[in-house]
Design a protein around this ligand. Structure first.
Ligand code: APR
Ligand code: PHB
Length: 396
């Protein structure tokens, strides 16, 4: 079907769903085109740590009732290093802020439920193929999309490219290799979801000679655990027994063992595209940047982009003011680079490159002990972990 709306959104990940909800709340019409089917989106297992500002954004957007009931609030984190279990009091170090564990799968489901209740149109299995009139004055932008083998159009004032790393929006911007900054880490994460009560009530990050490990959770009876593995590791590579032994050793705890219901391998990459808009096209979330999972910033970054983009669009429609839209890339990038730095720093501090020399290991140990021993070292970690502010003013 050929469609028409004010904002055409490509992608029903966290970025697209949240943008749609905020615009809807402000009376701005929008339609989401999503390549995959609904059950795939509802089941996709992903990260789970939300910054305080991210939780507030979901609450303000009116999609947070289940989040408020099901959230696990963390006031600190454990750091296991040199065989000692340490705890950083993130709340105290950040001046009263905390993080929340609530699965991205859950918040995605909550937002789809709300969209359906309010009859926001999500066209499932609709793949955006080509964008037209992005920078033609006086012409509406057009998203050409395919649905069940036929081509259709979605005509709109603005296109929000929330179509993730492999989408078509970023390649539709006038960019060259010079606009892309990318780094692949020489290791991956092997993640499991297990029907077992998490042994610690907060996340544990472990620095161990055999590699990084992390304990997290998805509920009182569900543990989410990761260990570092070589790039290219097959998800079936590790036996359950070996995994539990390895996790116990690296995390310095005796985990509750239970049925492992999911095993998966995630590569680790940092990526930034420093052009996030052109004419009527704006990209947000993984379409514009990727972080390695250490530090849990992926979804939080996407939410921050959406906060800026939605505010820009609201000012455009309600006040005829394009100041924020015009500065969208600049406002987002100012924060994105700092979050990229934090994710890279936590990743390189806690993982072991198999070719790593002893000096590098000592530097990692010193970085961790600075974080634990120095008030300022701890505050610096905590400030980033709970989430940096969005700076709206013109950059000096
Ligand atoms: N047409 C329509 N939909 C598309 C197209 C296309 N051409 N290409 C991709 N999509 C859809 C994907 O199927 C996916 O559902 O766009 C969506 C993008 O969603 P995410 O990859 O979840 O990206 P984003 O919303 O930016 O997520 C932000 O959450 O889990 C994290 O790693 C994720 O950290 C990222 C964050
Ligand atoms: C998770 O719960 O999936 C998680 C927690 C902390 C991280 C990354 C992922 O740093």
């Amino acid at each position: 079907m050929n469609l028409k709306t004010q904002v055409g959104i490509i992608g029903a990940g966290p970025a697209g769903l949240l943008l749609s909800r905020i615009l809807h709340n402000h009376g701005i019409e929008n339609i989401i085109l999503e390549n995959r089917n609904e059950s795939y989106l509802r089941q996709r297992l992903r990260a789970g740590v939300m910054e305080q500002g991210t939780v507030e954004t979901f609450m303000e957007a009116g999609v947070g009732e289940k989040l408020a009931k099901g959230k696990m609030v963390h006031e600190g984190i454990y750091i296991h290093a040199k065989g000692i279990q340490n705890r950083l009091d993130v709340k105290e170090l950040s001046g009263g802020k905390e993080v929340t564990v609530y699965g991205q799968k859950n918040i995605t489901n909550d937002m789809i439920d709300h969209a359906q209740k309010d009859e926001i149109q999500i066209v499932w299995e609709a793949k955006a193929q080509r964008l037209e009139h992005i920078d033609d004055d006086g012409e509406s932008a057009i998203i050409h999309y395919s649905l069940h083998g036929k081509m259709y159009t979605l005509e709109c004032d603005f296109i929000a490219g929330c179509d993730g790393f492999h989408g078509i929006s970023r390649p539709s911007l006038p960019i060259t290799q010079k606009n892309i900054y990318s780094y692949e880490f020489p290791y991956s994460w092997y993640g499991i979801l297990a029907e077992a009560p998490p042994i610690a009530h907060e996340v544990i990050y472990a620095h161990h000679p055999d590699g990084f490990a992390l304990q997290s959770m998805r509920g009182p009876e569900l543990s989410r655990l990761y260990i570092q593995c070589p790039n290219g590791t097959d998800p079936g590579a590790y036996e359950d027994e070996w995994l539990w032994d390895e996790l116990d050793k690296r995390l310095g705890v005796t985990n509750n063992r239970g049925n492992i219901i999911s095993k998966g391998v995630a590569p680790m990459r940092s990526f930034v595209c420093d052009v996030m808009q052109h004419g009527k096209l704006f990209i947000a979330g993984d379409a514009a940047h990727i972080v390695p999972p250490t530090g849990a910033k992926g979804m939080n970054l996407a939410v921050a982009d959406v906060k800026v983009l939605s505010k820009g669009l609201i000012h455009h429609y309600k006040d005829k003011d394009d100041d924020i839209l015009n500065r969208y890339t600049e406002i987002c990038l100012r924060r994105i680079w700092k979050v990229e730095r934090f994710s890279w720093w936590v990743t390189t501090t806690f993982h072991v490159d198999e070719n790593q020399d002893e000096f590098t290991t000592k530097m990692q140990e010193a970085t961790i002990s600075y974080m634990l021993d120095s008030q300022i070292g701890g505050q610096s970690f905590a400030e980033n972990y709970v989430g940096l502010p969005i700076l709206w003013n013109e950059k000096k």
